[in-house]
Design a protein around this ligand. Structure first.
Ligand SMILES: Nc1ncnc2c1ncn2[C@@H]1O[C@H](COP(=O)(O)OP(=O)(O)OP(=O)(O)O)[C@@H](O)[C@H]1O
Ligand SMILES: [Mg+2]
Length: 279
């Protein structure tokens, strides 16, 4: 579905992306992580065809982005900018959503239906002006304006930055549902390893424009040397497990961690550890 073959992108002889090869299959959910300036946004823009590679090739749905117009790409690919305000133009939320469908030539009845569905899905008030909304709400409107077009691929650049915990969960659950139920392919830039661990089974780590690692998120999250090289802060869960001395695979989620702690506490109580069993 998305294929990068030895892709490079240089500006004035500086390579922002160097020799990246990877494939993201239809229906996959992959996180793209890496330090500030690693080239994550540049890579996403390359996939969307907003910029063209200076070396190698990128195929989306079998076609090279070199020959694809962004307006054509926008029929199947939804791109969420790192800053949502870059993509909000409508006077009201309803207009914002309808705008993209009008652009694609979707008939009015169908457009009204989709806008209604999306407003419900993301719990948005259609009559508010996007400019009057909070950052988190604007982020949701920007995402809604993608959903309404029923993309087959979502390219999300830090979709949870600036959201509070509830908004973050809501946003990620919506994206996750689209991925699970409708098979939408998701490539998501994130600094939040917690989000990557919870939602993206696969992680791509970028550093200095190069692909450092590509594999199961859980596995990569345990690779301390890699996390250091890619300046990634491990998810709390993983860090906690490490501090408690839990072996990889012994307790990878909150429930099994709780069970592990309970088991240990039980063992310690019987074994008469310092505070156990004292009045
Ligand atoms: N148009 C441009 N001209 C020159 N340099 C650029 C341009 N766009 C990006 N860069 C540089 O390329 C590097 C990669 O930028 P990019 O925005 O892709 O990083 P990023 O991984 O998305 O970082 P962040 O986590 O801060 O969003 C940075 O050093 C950036 O300054
Ligand atoms: Mg970026």
């Amino acid at each position: 579905m998305i294929r990068l073959e030895n892709v490079s992108y240089a500006i004035e002889s500086r390579e922002l992306v160097s020799g990246v090869s990877l494939r993201v299959g239809a229906g996959e959910f992959a996180a793209l992580a890496g330090e500030n300036g690693a080239g994550k946004t540049t890579l996403l823009k390359l996939v969307m065809g907003l910029i063209k590679p200076t070396g190698g090739d990128i195929l989306v749905g079998g076609a090279s982005t070199r020959g694809l117009r962004v307006s054509v790409m926008a029929r199947t690919v939804g791109y969420l900018f790192q800053n949502p305000d870059r993509q909000l133009f409508g006077a009201t939320v309803r207009q914002e959503l309808a705008f993209g469908l009008d652009f694609l030539g979707v008939a009015k009845d169908e457009a009204d239906r989709r806008v209604g569905e999306t407003l419900d899905l993301l719990k948005l008030d259609p009559d508010r002006a996007p400019t009057s909304l909070s950052r988190g709400e604007r982020q949701r409107v920007a995402l809604a304006s993608l959903f309404v077009r029923r993309p087959r691929i979502l390219l999300l650049d830090e979709p949870t930055t600036g959201l509070d915990y509830r908004e973050c969960v809501q946003m990620m659950e919506t994206v996750s549902r689209l991925n699970r139920e409708d098979g939408v392919t998701v490539l998501m830039v994130t600094h939040d390893m917690e989000v990557a661990l919870d939602f993206a089974p696969r992680m791509l780590a970028l550093s200095g424009g190069k692909l450092l690692a590509d594999g199961p998120t859980r596995g990569l999250m345990r690779d301390e040397a890699l996390l250091k090289r890619a300046s990634l802060v491990p998810a709390q869960m993983v860090a906690l497990a490490r501090r408690l001395g839990i072996a990889p695979g012994e307790a990878d989620d909150a429930l099994s961690l709780a069970a592990w702690v309970e088991r240990r506490a039980g063992v310690n109580a019987k074994g008469g550890m310092p505070d156990a069993g004292r009045p």
